[in-house]
Design a protein around this ligand. Structure first.
Ligand code: NDP
Length: 449
């Protein structure tokens, strides 16, 4: 196992996030490999860490000044043992191949946990949507799809949204796919309701994350009622995490974006959340705009020279990191523990560094890894694919009930797998083991391909 990890590092030394994701999985599945000779003999670890296909392409587009710009596009088709590749597209300046590979790798295990027939993939671009006009967004999406369309399809690879890719972008991407492929199919999820989307898809990741947190609390005979919660981010996941926490009687104190965070001691209630949605989804403004309407809140800008992120220095019961990777470091974890935290539920992908996860485990906190806690988004994407295939649209309650059921089942799957390998209560080990075993068994059934 050490040799495999070394090989991965030597091959692509700059892919730090991918190494981090692989290290965590390998640490968890060590006892599984030790127990199973066939897994070792069939080199499953080498096979599962190597993408089936990596597509990297030029995305030229013209800005509003008539200047030609060039970005880089990616799609990593990681593993198709359980179904068509499935996973979002991220448009953010920080995107590179290592980040897309880490996200695609995580997606394989996450999709396996949902019990739906989906392989894992991820894609995106280093294009920065901040400050771009609608027309620039459309031209970029069309150019991106002009290449991507030849690699995807409803039974091959079904992308969705992620950071920087929401309903508007999915619309432009879908329009171009439809024109080029000359077919109207469920090739993307997160579509608008009027043309093939599913009810609850926008809410699914945030709602699912809170359902998962409620399941964890129930193991301690607790609920979210009256709990003080810190939420980071202010995009899709953060907004619907906040909405569901409020539904279940919790209080949300913070939200953030890449420029800073707001702290509202009175709590961000439903009316304030509506304002945040308007600022972020319609005006495409900054979280600091919150103070325009609610001047009683405090805004703290990001300070890159600090060794910690001040959003995690507030006292609270629960934390829902829902912005981006590695946003909680060991110092943040210590600050959270000192503030009386009981539970961390990862809405984002890998928002907690390995050192911070160690702190939470040592302190005996309830800790849910993103690949389990945020799987509700892709699960409802899977339900969107099912509805598209049947040309049907299920009612809101039906999709929400299925989402709840899936989150409940992921929760118990994690606990059972952790128990089986002597890691009782460790959701990280449980998620990795359960996700891994299902994918690897399918790979072995399908032979050496
Ligand atoms: P959005 O683009 O809707 O929102 C992202 C939020 O995170 C914004 O507030 C953004 O701030 C902030 N953010 C992004 N990058 C950084 C950064 N480097 N530092 C600090 N803040 C940052 O994305 P989503 O809400 O969809 O995604 C959030 C997380 O959830 C990601 O990790 C994503 O992979 C994960 N996820 C999303 C799913 C989904 O269904 N959407 C499904 C499963 C996981 P700003 O506006 O300044 O960029």
């Amino acid at each position: 196992m050490e040799a495999v990890i070394r090989q991965i590092r030597d091959k692509d030394p700059e892919q730090h996030e991918f190494h981090q994701a692989v290290d965590e999985v390998v640490e968890s599945v060590k006892p599984v490999l030790e127990r199973n000779f066939e897994y070792r003999q069939q080199s499953v670890l080498q096979r599962i860490t190597e993408p089936e296909r990596v597509i990297m392409f030029r995305v030229p587009w013209m800005d509003d000044e008539g200047q030609v710009q060039v970005n880089r596009g990616f799609r990593v088709e990681m593993n198709s043992a359980l179904g068509p590749y499935k996973g979002g597209l991220r448009f953010h300046a920080s995107v590179n191949l290592g980040i897309i590979k880490f996200l695609a790798f995580e997606q394989v295990f996450k999709n396996s946990l949902t019990t739906l027939a989906m392989g894992g993939g991820k894609g995106g671009s280093d294009f920065d949507p901040k400050g771009k006009s609608d027309n620039e967004m459309m031209r970029f999406c069309q150019s991106f799809m002009a290449e991507l369309f030849r690699h995807i399809g409803p039974n091959t690879d079904v992308p969705a949204g992620d950071i920087g890719v929401g309903a508007r972008e999915i619309g432009y991407l879908f329009g171009m796919y439809k024109k080029l492929a000359n077919e109207f199919t469920g090739v993307l999820t997160g579509k608008s309701l009027a043309w093939g989307g599913s009810l609850i898809r926008p809410e699914a990741t945030g709602y699912g994350s809170v359902y998962f947190a409620a399941e964890m609390l129930a193991t301690k005979r607790e609920t979210l009622e009256g709990k003080q919660c810190l939420v980071s981010g202010s995009g899709n996941v953060a907004q619907f995490t906040t909405e569901k926490i409020l539904d279940l009687g919790g209080k949300v104190l913070t939200l953030s974006d890449s420029s800073g965070h707001i702290f509202d001691e009175e709590g961000i209630d439903a009316e304030k959340l509506e304002f945040v949605k308007e600022v972020k989804n319609i005006r495409r403004g900054r979280i600091s705009d919150y103070l325009e309407k609610y001047p009683g809140a405090v805004y703290t800008p990001v300070n890159p020279t600090m060794d910690h992120n001040p959003i995690w220095s507030h006292r609270a019961d629960c934390a829902f990191p829902s912005a981006t990777q590695n946003e909680i470091n060991a110092q943040d974890a210590l600050n959270l523990v000192a503030g009386g935290l009981h539970l961390v539920c990862e809405g984002a992908n890998m928002p907690t560094t390995p050192e911070a996860v160690d702190v939470f485990h040592q302190e005996g906190l309830l800790f849910a890894p993103g690949k389990a806690a945020n799987a509700g988004g892709v699960a409802v994407s899977g339900l969107e694919m099912a509805q598209n295939s049947m040309r049907l649209s299920w009612p809101r309650k039906e999709v929400d009930d299925r989402l709840k059921q899936i989150m409940k089942s992921i929760h118990s799957t994690c606990l059972d797998a952790a128990d089986e390998y002597g890691r009782t209560g460790n959701y990280v080990a449980g998620a990795n083991i359960a996700g891994f075993v299902k994918v690897v068994n399918a790979m072995l059934d399908q032979g050496l391909v």
